[in-house]
Design a protein around this ligand. Sequence first.
Ligand SMILES: [Zn+2]
Length: 64
Amino acid sequence: MGKNKGSRIIITLECECKNSKDIKRTNGIGRYTSSKNKRNTPSRLEIKKFCKYCNQHVTFKEIK
Ligand SMILES: [Zn+2]
């Protein structure tokens, strides 16, 4: 016991490309893989990053 100190988990951050129906870019969704400490960040993570599909900085949100 006590070995599982840092409960870091791998998460996927996804752009909202998929929600923009105006843009015909079905070939991809901006995604990043990251990790977080479940204990420190129990809520969903949101990071501003550059999305090559949106061609701009957008908020990437953690998905399940
Ligand atoms: Zn995007």
